[in-house]
Design a protein around this ligand. Structure first.
Ligand code: ZN
Ligand code: ZN
Length: 726
C-alpha cells in the first residue's frame, strides 16, 4: 500500500534505468522526507522492484507534474547520503549524451555508475567508504611520509621525485602550446615521437598547480597498455599517494570498479586511466582530458547508447572548463578536419611531432605486385627471402592477415555446396585444429562433415586462407631454414583463437619479447599497441580487401592499421636501419599505398577529405542510422519504411524534412545473424542541428509506428547517431 503523503514531504524527481524506449524516459516522481539535492543517489520502489536512482532536478514546467496525483506517489526507500551528490556538470553530461544519442537519460546515467552500487544499502556503502578511507590513509602515509619528513614544503614538488626526462624540441613546443592555448588540441605525433611523455608532462603540471585538480586519460584498449598504467603510477603515486592513479575499464572485478569509481568521485584519485566508459567517471575537479589513439573505433560504443567517448570528451571539456588533448599518429578524418587552420574554420589546435625519438628512420615500405606472382601464391618469393634473411640474422618478423581460422569457406568440388551458416548470412569458417566449422557471428560450431552434405562427394576442400592456414603454410616454407643457433625456426600465432584462455596472450607476447619466436603470425590484434623491440619486418599478406569495401571509412581504417603495424617494426635503436614493412597487393599504385610508402598521413587525409567533400559525406554532412531487427527481412524493412512515410505525413517531422534526406530501407551488410533479420535506414543532413531536431521529433513517430499491427514482427530498433559502420 502506498503511504499517503504527509505535510512537509517533498516531491522528488528520480532518474532510474527504465527500458531503453519506454515512454517513461524522464525522471519519475517520489516523496522524500527532506529535500534532496540533485545528484543524490537513492533507492526507490518501481512496481515490485527496488531500483537505484539519481535525484534529478525538479522540472516545474514538466507536463506530467500537472497530472500528478499525490496519493499515488510512493516514498524514496533509502538515501545513499554517505557520499556527496553527483555534480551538476556530471548531470549535464548525462543529459547531453542522452539527448544527442537519442536514449533515455536514466539508461545513460545508471549505465555510467558502477554496477555494485545497484545492490548496496546505505550502511554497506558507508562501511565501504570508511574502509577505503583508512586504506588510503595507510598507503599514503607509507608512500608520502619519507618525502614530507625531509621536505618542508607542504605540497609535493612534481619534478623532485620524477626521474629527469629530457624532452625533445618538438615535445617542448607541444607542451608550451598546451599551456598557452585553450585547446582543444590534436597532438599529431608519429609512432615513437613521445606522445605519452607529453600527456604525462601536461598532467604533472596540472596536478602540481592545483591541489585538487584531476585528469582523465583515455586509451582504446587498456589490456594492451599495462605499461601506461605502470608509467603513470611510477610518476604520480610517489607524489600524491598510492591511490592517486586508478583505472576504469570493463575487465575489472565489480568491487575494484566500485572502489576506483569512489576514489574518483571523492577526489582521492587525481588521475583516472580508462577505456571509453571512463568518459562518464564522476570527477568533481576534472581539469584535463586526454584521448590517446583518438582515431580508434573502440571509442564508439556499439550497444545501448551508441556514444563516441572521444566526441563526449570534447563536449565534457567544454562543459567543465577542462582542457582536452586528442593524440594520434593517424587521426580520424573528423579530428584532422577540425584541426585545420583557424582561419579556415578549424576548432582544434594541431600540435605536430613528426620525429621518432632514438628510433632512426621509419621503416621502408615495400610493395610486392601480386599480379606478377604465380596464381594462388600466398607468400611471395621476395617476401619469403626477406623473412629468411631476418631469421639468419636472429631478428623477428611479423606477418598479419585479417582472417582467423584455417579457411573462410569449405566447398564441394562437384556441386555448389559451401559451408554456409544456417542461421546467418555468412559462411562458417573451417578450423583445422579441431576439424570444426564455426560461425564467427552466432557461434554455431559443428564437426566437419566427412562428405558433401548435398551430393555425398567426399572431396570437400578449403577455399581461401586464414591465420591458421597461413601459419601452416609458413611452417612448410621455412621447414629447411635454420636459426643462427642451428635450431629449427619457431613460429607462433596470435589471434582470438589462440588467446581465448586467460593469460594466453600475455604468455605468447612474453615469448615474442624474449626472442623465443622468429615469426609471429596473427590478425590485426598483433598490429596494435604492442612494443616489439626485435621485430624488423612487418608484412601485410592481403590488405587489399578494404579498398573494395562499401564502407566509406574502410580506407581510413586500413591506412591507420598499416601505419600502426609499420610502427611495430624496428622500435629498437640498434636494428632500425634494416626495418621494413611489406605489402602484398594487386594494386601497388593505389594512392593509399603511395601515401603509406612516404608515411604521409597529411597527403592521405587530404585526398580522402576531398573525396568525402565531393560526395557530401562526414565530416561534411551528418548521419544517423535507424536499425531494426525482425524475424523476417520484410518486417525489418517494413517498419523503417512505414516510419519514414509517417515522418513526411506528420506535421512536427514533416516541416524538418527540408534539410533531411531519408534513404530507403536496406538489409544490413550482415543481413542475418542467429536467425534474426537486420535492416537499416540512413538519415543524412548537411546540418547537425537539423538532424538532431529531426531525430528527437521522429522518436515519437518510431514508437507509434512500432505499435502498428503490421510491425508485430519487429524485435527491436535503435538509433545510431554518427554511425561508424554503414
Ligand atoms: Zn557436393
Ligand atoms: Zn551463424
Amino acid at each position: 500500500m502506498p503511504e499517503p503523503p504527509v505535510p512537509g514531504n517533498c516531491l522528488t524527481r528520480v532518474l532510474v534505468h527504465t527500458p531503453a524506449h519506454s515512454q517513461m524516459a524522464g525522471a519519475l516522481s517520489y516523496w522524500s522526507e527532506a529535500p534532496l539535492p540533485p545528484g543524490t543517489l537513492v533507492r526507490v520502489p518501481l512496481g515490485q522492484r527496488e531500483l537505484l536512482g539519481v535525484v534529478w532536478s525538479i522540472d516545474s514546467t514538466s507536463a506530467s507534474d500537472a497530472t500528478l496525483d499525490p496519493a499515488k506517489l510512493r516514498p524514496v526507500t533509502t538515501v545513499l547520503d554517505a557520499m556527496p551528490p553527483l555534480s551538476a556538470h556530471w548531470r549535464d553530461l548525462i543529459r547531453f549524451a542522452a539527448s544527442y544519442y537519442q536514449r533515455a537519460a536514466g539508461e545513460v546515467a545508471l549505465a555510467a555508475l558502477p554496477p555494485q552500487l545497484r545492490d548496496m544499502s546505505s550502511v554497506q556503502l558507508e562501511r565501504r567508504l570508511k574502509k577505503l578511507a583508512t586504506a588510503t590513509a595507510k598507503r599514503t602515509q607509507a608512500v608520502v611520509k619519507p618525502a614530507t619528513e625531509t621536505d618542508t614544503a607542504p605540497t609535493p614538488e612534481p619534478d623532485a621525485a620524477t626521474p629527469a626526462v629530457v624532452l625533445t624540441q618538438e615535445q617542448h613546443q607541444a607542451i608550451s602550446q598546451f599551456h598557452q592555448q585553450p585547446g582543444p588540441f590534436l597532438l599529431f605525433g608519429a609512432t615513437g615521437s613521445g606522445k605519452t611523455e607529453v600527456f604525462m608532462h601536461c598532467t604533472a603540471a596540472l596536478l602540481a598547480s592545483k591541489p585538487e585538480a584531476q585528469a582523465l586519460v583515455m586509451v582504446p584498449e587498456i589490456n594492451l597498455t599495462p605499461q601506461l598504467e605502470a608509467r603513470f603510477k611510477a610518476r604520480f603515486c610517489p607524489l600524491y599517494g598510492a591511490d592517486a592513479v586508478v583505472s576504469m575499464h570493463s575487465g575489472m572485478s565489480p568491487a575494484q570498479r566500485l572502489n576506483n569509481w569512489l576514489a574518483a568521485h571523492s577526489g582521492a584519485a587525481r588521475v583516472v586511466l580508462g577505456t571509453r566508459m571512463a568518459v562518464f567517471a564522476s570527477m568533481p575537479q576534472l581539469q584535463l582530458i586526454v584521448v590517446d589513439e583518438e582515431h580508434d573505433p573502440s571509442y564508439k560504443s556499439s550497444e545501448g547508447a551508441r556514444y563516441s567517448a572521444r566526441d563526449l570528451a570534447i563536449y565534457r571539456g567544454h562543459l567543465e572548463g577542462a582542457k582536452v588533448m586528442l593524440g594520434s599518429a593517424t587521426p580520424s578524418l573528423e579530428s584532422w578536419h577540425h584541426s585545420r587552420p583557424a582561419e579556415e574554420g578549424g576548432r582544434y589546435l594541431r600540435l605536430e611531432m613528426p620525429s621518432r625519438i632514438g628510433r632512426g628512420q621509419l621503416p621502408l615500405v615495400r610493395r610486392v605486385d601480386m599480379n606478377h606472382q604465380p596464381k594462388s601464391c600466398i607468400i611471395s618469393a621476395p617476401l619469403l627471402a626477406a623473412i629468411t634473411q631476418r631469421i639468419a640474422r636472429g631478428e623477428q618478423s611479423m606477418v598479419f592477415l585479417n582472417r582467423r581460422g584455417y579457411a573462410p569457406v569449405l566447398q564441394c568440388s562437384d556441386c555448389d555446396w559451401k559451408s554456409e551458416c544456417p542461421h546467418c548470412s555468412a559462411y562458417r569458417v573451417f578450423h583445422k585444429i579441431d576439424r570444426t566449422l564455426r560461425c564467427h557471428h552466432c557461434g554455431l560450431s559443428e564437426r566437419v562433415p566427412r562428405a558433401c552434405p548435398a551430393c555425398g562427394n567426399p572431396d570437400i576442400t578449403p577455399l581461401g586462407r586464414g591465420t591458421e592456414r597461413l601459419e601452416e603454410h609458413l611452417a612448410e616454407l621455412l621447414a629447411g631454414v635454420q636459426r643462427p643457433d642451428g635450431q629449427p625456426v619457431r613460429i607462433v600465432r596470435i589471434d582470438a583463437d589462440t588467446t581465448r584462455l586467460k593469460g594466453a596472450l600475455e604468455s605468447q607476447l612474453a615469448q615474442v619479447h624474449t626472442g623465443e619466436v622468429d615469426v609471429l603470425v596473427g590478425t590485426q590484434m598483433i598490429a596494435k599497441g604492442h612494443d616489439f623491440r626485435r621485430i624488423t619486418l612487418v608484412a601485410a599478406v592481403n590488405p587489399d580487401n578494404a579498398l573494395f569495401s562499401s564502407d566509406f571509412r574502410a580506407p581510413e581504417r586500413l591506412f591507420s592499421l598499416l601505419m600502426q603495424a609499420a610502427g611495430r617494426a624496428g622500435r629498437d635503436e640498434t636494428v632500425t636501419n634494416q626495418s621494413e614493412m611489406w605489402l602484398q597487393t594487386f594494386l601497388p599504385k593505389h594512392p593509399l599505398y603511395e601515401a603509406l610508402k612516404k608515411h604521409d598521413y597529411p597527403a592521405f587525409a587530404a585526398s580522402q577529405l576531398k573525396e568525402r567533400q565531393q560526395a557530401a559525406m562526414p565530416p561534411f554532412s551528418f548521419q544517423a542510422l535507424i536499425r531494426s531487427e525482425a524475424r523476417s527481412q520484410e518486417a525489418a524493412q517494413g517498419f523503417l519504411t512505414l516510419a519514414s512515410q509517417a515522418a513526411s505525413s506528420q506535421s512536427d517531422t514533416a516541416t524538418l524534412l527540408t534539410q533531411i534526406t531519408l534513404y530507403p530501407a536496406v538489409p544490413m551488410s550482415m543481413a542475418r545473424i542467429a536467425n534474426i533479420e537486420r535492416a537499416q535506414m540512413l538519415v543524412e543532413s548537411p546540418s547537425r542541428t537539423a538532424l538532431q531536431r529531426f531525430l528527437s521529433a521522429w522518436q515519437g513517430v518510431l514508437h507509434s509506428t512500432r505499435a502498428h499491427p503490421e510491425c508485430k514482427g519487429v524485435i527491436r530498433w535503435a538509433i545510431d547517431v554518427d554511425p561508424h559502420n554503414i
